[in-house]
Design a binder for this molecule. Structure first.
Ligand code: CDT
Length: 324
């Protein structure tokens, strides 16, 4: 059986505050149609695709931001995307802000199959930034104010393989890929909004592209999976967002990468059988992993220098001594 999925990574250029949902949906449909012309089975859109990245602003009352959230999916405004995707026979992945009926707020992604069936929903686990108003920043990153964390990583039977989702900051954490990998993930879909400027340590600004490639490529290789990283890019409300949307093979090699910071579709043929070349050799988890020595990873959150090491550091004589 041929298990090649033609994947379109649909980078979005900036979405300004004044852009309406319908205007954004028109842009999505245009990218979707380009995907259909390129033979895509699946088109992947970024994190918070439908709005500007609103966590860059503080509001005193969260309800002032309600208009950024979706209370139903599809809604009247997003239905044309769902209808067109089904008509074209192209599946899609869409990130958006979700407000549930009982008032919970999540940074969410949805996966829809070629026949329009909703395959699964994912709510972002790792929420970066801060909870409080920090007006000293050029712009804020208030995801921890606007969203609650999701409950975990899941995989789905879709597009002939095992498909998982993660969102933006999740991609920087090896645990994300490893949990997906332990569930047999062959294709991980990850949308992002990554500001180039990182206020707590601006020395990292020049490294944004490097770090993006580093985490996407190592996540793919170390878990033998395809990884699709899709940006919302460009200058959005005065804030520069990283582009470099890319499709990474299980070897860790970049198979396609965007060259602009605008709406741009890049396409690659993802042969899911390639995953086995890595999952059944160097990264044969069942054969080589040693979970019994990794228990700190799930049992402890922050780094803790063991007592005997801390004591040794405090007492210089103790570090130069004989082994006990
Ligand atoms: N959207 C998102 O998660 N962005 C983060 C920015 C981190 S700086 C607070 C990222 O990891 O790219």
């Amino acid at each position: 059986m041929n298990r090649t999925v033609t994947v379109g990574a649909a980078q979005m250029g900036p979405i300004q505050l004044a852009d309406s949902r319908s205007e954004v949906v028109e842009r999505l449909i245009s990218l979707l149609r380009s995907g259909a012309e390129a033979g895509c089975d699946l088109v992947v859109f970024p994190e918070l695709t439908l709005t500007t990245f609103f966590p860059r602003w503080w509001v005193d009352d969260l309800s002032e931001a309600d208009h950024f959230y979706e209370t139903e999916m599809p809604s009247d405004e997003t239905r044309p995307l769902f209808d067109e995707a089904r008509r074209l026979g192209v599946g899609f992945h869409l990130g958006y802000a979700e407000l549930t009926e009982d008032g919970h707020r999540y940074n969410t992604a949805l996966l829809v199959e070629r026949d329009g069936t909703v395959v699964g929903q994912y709510r972002k686990v790792h929420l970066p930034g801060h909870e409080e108003n920090e007006p000293w920043r050029a712009f804020q990153h208030l995801e921890r104010y606007y969203f609650e964390p999701g409950e975990g990583f899941e995989v789905h039977a879709a597009f002939g393989g095992v498909v998982g989702m993660a969102i933006c900051n999740d991609r920087r954490w090896p645990e994300t890929y490893r949990v997906l990998g332990l569930k047999g993930c062959e294709l991980a879909l990850i949308g992002y909004n990554t500001p180039i400027h990182y206020a707590p340590d601006p020395d990292q600004d020049r490294l944004q592209g490097f770090h993006n490639g580093l985490v996407l490529q190592s996540g793919a290789y170390q878990n033998g999976m395809w990884v699709v990283g899709v940006a919302k890019a460009g200058r959005e409300e005065g804030c520069d967002l990283l582009g470099e949307t890319s499709i990474i093979a299980p070897s860790g090699e970049v198979r396609a990468m965007a060259t602009t910071v605008e709406d741009e579709l890049v396409v690659a043929e993802a042969d899911l059988d390639l995953c086995a070349n890595f999952k059944e050799t160097l990264f044969d988890f069942g054969r080589y992993r040693r979970p019994e020595v990794y228990e700190l990873i799930t049992g402890q959150r922050g780094a803790q220098v063991p007592d005997h090491v801390r004591t040794g550091l405090a007492d210089p004589k103790a570090t130069g001594g004989d082994l006990p």
